[in-house]
Ligand binder design. Structure first.
Ligand code: NDP
Length: 345
């Protein structure tokens, strides 16, 4: 049988609760010509998945959507054999199909993984969409220059840790914003940021100003809310802000437009100081940049120039709790759940 988590049939709360999801069983699907049956090893837990649920993107009754790292069990697809590892979108499920006719977001293109290129779990992180998100939002959009001050929020998370390190490789002064003290220490001591301040402190605006004595030239926005308010007065003339995500608002009431509200709060300063605001959607960068990016990033990770922390939980049963925890900062590094043994170790 195939066990999977689905949304329970009840109104969605602002943030996930213990009874928001239901564990179900169904038959293991059979691959048609052009498809492969895969067994999930790693389920990626990402903030956007909550948005999918709140916007009703997922069909009712099926497995909750997620990007996954899986192993091929049976293949009727050219170029894939049993035992191969793949990036695909099995969701919160033990088994899933990939290939012709299998529904998935257009830009989440399944691909065979080369375990020699990096740990297979990283295909849903630094060596995949999250790495590309950081690269596109930081390097391609914000174009940081040596000596500039770059601020990254959710700095110890899946995207933030990479975005900050990419700016550091460009010779910038990089300041992180994170929650817990141990996360802030990690960002400086392990990732090599120049400073990191906690948004849990009541003196965040002053702490951030002190950490950015020359103002802020680039802000990589993952959060919104009070964190954005602390960065706003520090923008220099000609600064760039990439809006990657606004996680503080993912539980806002339906109809609230967090981005519009943020633009309203920033309007005067953006205008006076010529701050350029860019909206990031990683899907726009996959076709043109993913292959070259993955080659570069695999090299940086292998050489240790980019370090990457994962927070790996164990077992399908833990998925909903791990997901809820990640949304409120309980993850320390990129959150994923191992639901079957990883034969690559
Ligand atoms: P993370 O690994 O960063 O996990 C989320 C983190 O957000 C938490 O650990 C917590 O860190 C922080 N956080 C949560 N709530 C708050 C809050 N109220 N105030 C401050 N910090 C908060 O997740 P990802 O790296 O996967 O995602 C980061 C952002 O990137 C998200 O907004 C996501 O939606 C976005 N994203 C956007 C993409 C795009 O195409 N534009 C693609 C992929 C991701 P802490 O404990 O430090 O507060």
């Amino acid at each position: 049988m195939n066990r999977y988590w689905t949304l329970a049939d009840r109104p969605l709360p602002p943030w996930p609760e213990p009874d928001t999801f239901e564990l179900r069983e169904g038959p293991i699907p059979t691959p048609a010509e052009g498809q492969a049956l895969t067994r999930t090893i790693y389920v990626s837990l990402d903030p956007y998945q909550w948005g999918y649920k709140r916007r009703g993107v997922e069909p009712a009754g099926g497995p909750c959507h997620a990007r996954t790292v899986s192993q091929v069990v049976e293949s009727r697809m050219e170029g894939l054999a049993p035992g191969d590892f793949v990036f695909n979108t099995n969701g919160w499920a033990e088994y899933g199909l990939m290939g012709e006719g299998v529904a998935r977001p257009a830009y989440m293109i399944p691909r065979k993984l080369d375990p020699a290129q990096g740990r297979i779990s990283q295909a849903v992180g630094v060596l995949g969409m999250l790495g590309l998100t950081a690269y596109a939002g930081m390097i391609l959009m914000a174009e940081p220059k040596a000596g500039e001050t770059v601020v990254v929020s959710a700095a110890s998370g899946g995207v933030g840790q990479i975005a900050g390190q990419l700016a550091r490789l460009r010779g910038c002064r990089v300041v992180g914003i994170a929650g817990r003290e141990d996360k802030c220490r990690f960002v400086v001591d392990e990732l090599g940021f120049d400073a990191c301040v906690s948004h849990l402190s009541s003196t965040l605006p002053q702490d951030l100003a002190a950490a950015c004595p020359a103002g802020v030239d680039v802000y990589f926005e993952n959060v919104g809310g009070a964190v954005f308010d602390a960065v706003l007065p520090l923008f220099n003339a000609g600064a760039r802000m990439t809006i990657c995500g606004l996680i503080a608002h993912y539980g806002d009431a339906a109809g609230m437009d967090a981005r519009a509200e943020l633009m309203r709060r920033g309007e005067a300063i953006f205008r006076e100081r010529g701050v350029k605001v860019g909206d990031l959607f990683v899907g726009d960068y996959v076709a043109a940049h993913q292959d070259a990016f993955l080659r570069d990033m695999a090299g940086w990770v292998a050489s240790g120039e980019v370090r990457y922390r994962e927070d790996i939980r164990e077992g399908l049963e833990t998925v909903p709790a791990a997901f809820a925890e990640m949304l409120r900062g309980g993850n320390f590094g990129k959150m994923l759940v191992r639901i079957a043994a990883d034969p690559t170790g």
